[in-house]
Design a protein around this ligand. Structure first.
Ligand code: HEC
Ligand code: HEC
Ligand code: HEC
Ligand code: HEC
Ligand code: HEC
Length: 483
């Protein structure tokens, strides 16, 4: 009895301490049931049964068209992508594998839930893990768990994967199954949400693993925009060819069932290009052609997504400013979207007098591949909890600047001009330019690629070449210096 009473104060101290620790571990803003999410911070859930995941090659045997389309897509490259592998390697070193399960849950869900992927690198991984976002991820999604997430929004893979039941694969699609559906290999189940953007949503909203800050918020942007209101979904622009996409974006018409394609084509022409180089080196010219077709498609999409309107502004009869209005005319979300703190979309402006003398110049890429400080760029700057700038998703808990253009919206920029005396008119060239990343960031990420990926042997990369820039829109005009 005596010894108990001695222990009591110590015991209560221990309890108090434990309570404090658990209070500290609980995120301040969001409380939720962590026990529900076995793979936290990935919010993916796996209904493990005796039915394993099926690699895409097997599905391709009976669905060759979908297989070939998907094979040329960046979803196929989501795990092997060297830029991803470089950043994942950095993440692993900074925060450890328990936290990087968040990344893996979106870039290779099957590889993560089965425990096969243990960090950066590709050595020894199965075909299923290497296939990234493959057939048996999307077609095994049996439910989405948005309402139970910390933010009550889709984020960090908030979905259920159920590849099958009672020893038989079950594949889900938005259509009523035909009689021979599955060809004896799988059963078919009709789902309603597959035609909604929910199937894309949980991976296309990336939140900070602990603070649940939306770093990439394509789904949120779409939901708040004009297309969502008109029931135009991610699939309606990204799972169709360019011609259909243009019609959908302009007229808000829904694609017909036979128009859907498994391209998942967006803006990442750089990744398609790298994939094509790797395919050429490995001797697969068919795949290289397939990837280059996606490369062309991504550039077409970028070029058709924006519009520039350049107008002169006169004060007291003299040309004082040039107004540049940049419009997002066909992207279903903000422009640019997703990794807005990495992607670069900026204005380059050059104005000349009649003699060709430059009277205004801004936004030119510098000799070392970086952009000048005064550039007008549409993107965001990430900030950590120490209020310092960062590009890393495990650090960013807010943005210190966020300047992207909403769907069907615009942003205006004014440039002061002072043409010399005697100048009657000036010619103005404005370009809206895009690239995947700043030159230095690309170099840093590729330098961090894990040792088992030989960039020279696989991609033919000896050093990082100057990143290609796409001119999304080019506008030329001539303005009188007096009105
Ligand atoms: C919720 C799902 C999700 C999570 C979690 C996630 N990503 Fe991603 N990641 C994406 C999507 C979607 C894209 C494509 C965005 C785009 O192309 O604009 C992407 C793109 C990237 C890219 C750019 C690839 C390229 O070729 O330009 C890198 C690098 C990357 N992710 C690294 C990471 C790392 C490291 C983590 C973990 C700290 C992580 N991601 C967590 C979904 C996710
Ligand atoms: C990122 C998610 C995603 C991935 C990956 C994916 N699909 Fe699909 N799939 C969809 C969606 C959404 C639909 C509905 C739109 C449509 O009809 O194409 C669909 C439809 C289908 C259909 C039904 C087509 C019809 O009209 O009856 C088949 C068959 C199919 N997919 C097979 C595959 C195969 C095989 C793969 C892998 C090579 C694959 N899918 C990869 C999302 C995906
Ligand atoms: C042995 C052949 C075979 C294999 C292997 C196969 N399927 Fe199918 N699948 C079929 C047939 C046949 C249909 C019905 C086709 C139709 O209705 O046009 C079908 C239909 C589908 C549908 C549409 C379901 C619906 O309700 O309309 C999806 C989605 C699908 N398969 C996905 C997959 C995925 C993912 C894999 C790999 C995990 C796969 N299939 C492997 C034969 C196969
Ligand atoms: C399991 C997670 C997951 C799901 C589900 C998913 N995606 Fe993705 N998606 C990714 C990742 C990861 C990437 C980036 C791959 C990379 O760049 O390394 C990506 C890339 C893309 C891109 C290319 C982006 C670019 O920069 O070119 C498009 C477009 C896209 N997804 C559309 C969709 C659509 C449409 C759906 C729904 C039908 C969907 N995704 C469902 C994870 C997912
Ligand atoms: C009205 C057509 C339209 C709809 C709807 C749409 N997109 Fe896009 N998306 C585009 C266009 C055009 C681009 C290329 C310009 C850009 O980068 O934003 C693009 C680019 C992207 C990119 C690549 C961004 C980058 O710069 O790396 C991703 C990822 C993406 N979309 C995902 C989605 C997802 C997820 C949805 C649904 C929540 C969706 N899109 C809805 C038209 C659309």
């Amino acid at each position: 009895m005596k010894s108990y009473s001695k222990l009591l104060p110590i015991l209560s101290l221990v309890i108090l301490f434990a309570l404090q620790v658990s209070a500290a571990a609980e995120p301040a803003v969001f409380s939720f049931d962590k026990a529900q999410y076995t793979y936290y911070p990935s919010l993916i859930q796996w209904d493990k049964s005796d039915v394993p995941f099926t690699p895409p090659q097997t599905c391709g045997g009976c669905h060759p068209r979908q297989y070939n389309e998907w094979k040329g897509s960046v979803h196929n490259m989501a795990l092997i992508d060297p830029i991803y592998q470089g950043e994942l390697n950095k993440a692993g070193k900074a925060v450890g594998h328990t936290i990087t399960r968040q990344c893996e849950g979106c870039h290779s869900p099957a590889g993560m839930v089965t425990g096969e992927i243990k960090g950066a690198g590709l050595k020894g991984l199965s075909e299923m893990a290497l296939a990234g976002v493959s057939c048996d991820i999307c077609h095994s999604i049996s439910a989405v768990t948005h309402l139970q997430t910390p933010t009550h929004e889709p984020e960090n893979g908030s979905m259920f994967l159920s590849p099958g039941k009672d020893g038989k694969p079950v594949k889900r699609a938005p259509y009523k199954p035909s009689e021979n559906c599955g060809g004896g290999f799988h059963q078919c189940e009709q789902t309603s949400f597959k035609l909604k953007s929910e199937i894309c949503a949980s991976c296309h909203n990336v939140y900070h693993f602990d603070a649940h800050f939306p770093i990439e918020a394509t789904q949120n942007e779409w939901k708040a925009g004009a297309y969502a209101q008109a029931d135009i979904l991610c699939q309606d622009c990204h799972m169709v060819d360019t011609k259909t996409f243009l019609e959908v974006a302009d007229t808000f018409r829904k694609p017909k069932r036979e128009e859907y394609r498994h391209y998942f084509n967006g803006a990442n022409y750089l990744l398609s290009y790298l994939g094509a180089e790797a395919a050429k080196i490995s001797g697969d010219s068919r795949l290289a052609k397939n990837l280059m077709a996606q490369y062309d498609m991504a550039i077409e999409r970028l070029k058709s997504s924006a519009d520039l309107e350049v107008t002169p502004v006169y004060r007291n009869g003299a040309l004082a400013e040039i107004k540049v209005r940049t419009r997002n005319i066909r992207a279903g979300h903000n422009l640019p979207t997703s990794l807005t703190n990495i992607r670069q979309m900026w204005l380059e402006v050059v104005a000349r007098d009649e003699n060709g003398k430059v009277v205004l110049s801004t936004g030119q890429v510098k000799g070392d591949g970086t952009l000048p400080d005064d550039v007008r760029i549409f993107n965001s700057d990430g900030m950590g909890s120490d209020f310092h700038f960062s590009v890393h998703p495990w650090v960013i808990t807010s943005f210190s600047r966020h300047d992207t253009i909403p769907p069907k919206g615009h942003k205006d920029v004014y440039y002061g001009v002072n043409p010399g005396i005697g100048t009657k008119s000036i010619s103005v060239e404005v370009k809206l330019r895009y690239r995947q990343a700043d030159q230095k960031i690309a170099e840093a990420l590729l330098a961090a690629v894990p040792k088992d990926i030989d960039l020279k042997a696989v991609y033919g990369l000896e050093n990082v070449p100057t990143l290609p820039v796409v001119d999304m829109v080019v506008s030329n005009s001539i303005f009188k210096t007096a009105n």
